[in-house]
Each structure stands twice: as structure tokens, then as C-alpha cells.
Design a protein. Structure first.
Length: 409
């Protein structure tokens, strides 16, 4: 089995990291495009969605041994367009947590079927009158076993993606996520090709392979005739918005948000549209940084840092580090990314920011690292309360001294 070549943490453009900047230079605006424009263009060109590009189905034996369930369409498409392959570790992981379980449940069903047939045979030897009863029990048992196995396989399929997604969302390891997800797609073709492409492109994005992520999704839209498909275009521009934020491109991010808002909400699941408010916060963050309002930018990120998914926290921590007003706090945030970022692009950027020497020039100060905004505000209120009490005590002491001075000696 071919192995993925070892490579450094990938970032498409390191040049933008000079002086520790996370905000790119303003790019020329190409004009705002909406979903209605794409939908109209698709109608003019007569583009219709294509259901499949891979027609060769594997044999029943291959499907049973999970060597190519259904057509392996998503796996073949992603592998062809990115050059990625499944390594030994990912293959072993998929075999252990998915393939072996599905095979085991399937084998259990066939054993139950054989035992049931054996029951019919035994019933036949016991007398003609019992064949109908035994056959009835057999049919009921087989139907029940089939339903149970089907449900268990469905549950296993859903749980396996949850395990894979946790590697990215909680584990901050997009490289392993992509390898395991590609291994899963080789074992079982998903029902929703669009979501599969979106999931894999998201893993590429967090590796810093922004060009690969965009190219994969754009090729998919073109090859499958999805220019005017609301759901596919929403996921596509959601990816583009994420890449724009990663690269600090404010105008591009705003343009993508405008496109997402132009897609009819009724045609897109709420779980997708619910991500727009987060993108708007990220746009506001880049806007504050562009205007030089570092304190406001720091407080904005602090306000939703701890409610964000773990992988997004890595990118947000970079902005906390570059917007902090003191050296201690800034270095702790950047070192946090280097330690916890695993295979995200954020690690390479954090190292570039630290080596640029920008943070070392900041004045020393009290660190706010690891404290959310509510804790910090509570501490500030406590400090003000103590200062007020100390002032009242000092004033009372001074008054006592004055009164003591008036007492005749």
C-alpha cells in the first residue's frame, strides 16, 4: 500500500507572515457576485447536474470485504484531483473501527440465517404439520435479524464519521483527519457526494492547502454541473470564506459573506446557515485590525474564543497574540498555538510570527492568557471593589486622625 510522503506543515503563502502580520494587503475587488448570478448563468448555458462520473461497480465480494462499497466515487474523485492516498496508519484505523465491525455484523446475520434454515430442516423431520409454524418463525426471525443488522450498520457508519471529525474539530489534526476520511470513503461511498467533498476540502483548508481545497471544490462543481445548485454553492463559498479569513483577506471575506446571504435560506439546511454569524465576527475582527484598533480586536476575540470549536481557536489565538498589548501575554498565546496546533497551518504561522521578533518589542505586562473575558472582567471588578474599600478605609483612618487631633490633651 502506498504511503503519503512526509512533509512539513503546509502553508500556501508564507510571505504574508512578515512582521507578524495576519492581515493581507487590500486586493482589488472584482465586483460582488451573488447566487442569482450563478443560477442565471447555469440556465443560460443549459448546465444540468450530473449524477455520476464513475459507472463501474465493484463485485459483490469486494463490497462484502469493504474493498469498494458501491462505486467509491468520492474516494476516486478526491484522490485523482489532490494526489492524496491512504497511508498504513489510516488504513489500519478504518479496518479496526469500521470495516471489521461491519463484516462481523454481516457474518452474524448469515449465521443466524443458517441456524434458522437448520430449524426448518429439523421441523420438517418432526412432521409436515410443523413446517408452516417453523417457516413462520423463520421468516419473522430473519426479518428481525435483518432490521437489527441494518440499524447497527447505520449507527456504526454515523459514529465512525464522528470519530474522524473529532480528529479535526477537537484534536486539531487536519492531516490525520484527511487520511482517515479518505480511508473511510474508500471503504464506503457516502450518500451525499457534496458533503464528502466539502468535508475533505475543509481538512485541506486547515492544513493550509487553500489552493488544493479551492481547486477540488471548483472542479467538483464544474464536473457535476452544480453551478446553480444552492446547497453545493453555499458549502463552496463557506469554504472560500474560511480560506479568506485564514489569509487575512477582508474584502474577499466580505464578498463571500454577501454571497452566502444571497443563497435562498429555504434551500440550505440551518446547520449550514448558522455559521454566517461567526463569519461576520471574523470579518469585524479583520476590520478592526485594518483600522489599527488592536484593543477592540483583542476584546472581540476574547468574547467568543471559548465558545468556538477547538480548531478555530488556533486561528483566533494567533490574533490574540498579535493584538495583545504586552509581551508576556502575546508570547503565551503564540506559544499556545505552537504547542496545541498539531498539524494546522496555524503552527507554521505562529512560528513565523515569533521568529519575526515583533512580539519581543512589546512592553512587559500582566498576562491575560487562558482567562476568558468574563473572568477578566470579574477580576477587574474585584480590583475596583478592593480599591474602593481601601480608599474608604484610608479616608476613615484620616478622619480618625483628624478627630484625634481635636481632643484636648
Amino acid at each position: 500500500m502506498p504511503e503519503m510522503p512526509e512533509r512539513e506543515l503546509h502553508v500556501d503563502d508564507v510571505a504574508e507572515l512578515e512582521e507578524g502580520a495576519l492581515l493581507s494587503a487590500e486586493e482589488a475587488s472584482e465586483g460582488e457576485r451573488t447566487f442569482a448570478d450563478d443560477e442565471a448563468q447555469a440556465k443560460r448555458l443549459g448546465i444540468t447536474p450530473t449524477s455520476s462520473s464513475y459507472e463501474d461497480k465493484p463485485s459483490w465480494r469486494d463490497q462484502f470485504f469493504r474493498k469498494g462499497a458501491e462505486k467509491r466515487e468520492a474516494f476516486l474523485y478526491i484522490s485523482d484531483h489532490t494526489g492524496d492516498v491512504v497511508d498504513d496508519e489510516a488504513d489500519d484505523w478504518i479496518q479496526h473501527y469500521y470495516v471489521s465491525k461491519v463484516q462481523g455484523m454481516t457474518i452474524a446475520f448469515f449465521i443466524a440465517l443458517i441456524l434458522s434454515v437448520g430449524g426448518v430442516v429439523v421441523g420438517n423431520y418432526r412432521g409436515i404439520a410443523t413446517i408452516g409454524i417453523v417457516a413462520s418463525y423463520l421468516a419473522s426471525f430473519v426479518a428481525l435479524a435483518a432490521v437489527i443488522v441494518f440499524v447497527l450498520v447505520m449507527i456504526t457508519s454515523k459514529r465512525i464519521y464522528g470519530k474522524i471529525a473529532a480528529v479535526l474539530d477537537a484534536g486539531r489534526d487536519p492531516e490525520t483527519y484527511c487520511l482517515r476520511y479518505l480511508g473511510y470513503l474508500r471503504a464506503k461511498d457516502p450518500k451525499d457526494m457534496t458533503v464528502a467533498i466539502s468535508n475533505y476540502a475543509r481538512g485541506l483548508r486547515w492544513q493550509g492547502r487553500w489552493k488544493d481545497a479551492r481547486s477540488l471544490f471548483e472542479s467538483y462543481l464544474a464536473d457535476y454541473g452544480l453551478l446553480g445548485d444552492a446547497r453545493a454553492q453555499f458549502l463552496h463559498h463557506l469554504l472560500l470564506a474560511g480560506c479568506a479569513f485564514d489569509q487575512g483577506r477582508l474584502q474577499s471575506l466580505d464578498a463571500e459573506i454577501a454571497y452566502l446571504e444571497s443563497v435562498p435560506a429555504a434551500e440550505v439546511p440551518e446547520e449550514f446557515t448558522s455559521q454566517i454569524p461567526t463569519l461576520e465576527k471574523l470579518s469585524h475582527l479583520l476590520s478592526l485590525e485594518r483600522d489599527g484598533k488592536k484593543r477592540e480586536a483583542y476584546e472581540l476575540v476574547e468574547g467568543f474564543f471559548y465558545s468556538s470549536e477547538n480548531v478555530l481557536r488556533m486561528a483566533l489565538a494567533l490574533h490574540l497574540g498579535t493584538n495583545s498589548d504586552n509581551r508576556t501575554d502575546a508570547l503565551e498565546w503564540i506559544n499556545f498555538v505552537i504547542k496545541m496546533g498539531v498539524t494546522t497551518w496555524c503552527v507554521k504561522r505562529a512560528k513565523a510570527i515569533r521568529s519575526a521578533g515583533f512580539l519581543q518589542k512589546l512592553p512587559a505586562g500582566e498576562s491575560r492568557f487562558g482567562r476568558n473575558i468574563r473572568e477578566r472582567r470579574r477580576d477587574e471588578r474585584e480590583k475596583r471593589r478592593k480599591a474602593k474599600i481601601d480608599a474608604e478605609v484610608a479616608a476613615e483612618a484620616e478622619k480618625t486622625v483628624e478627630n484625634a487631633a481635636d481632643i484636648p490633651r
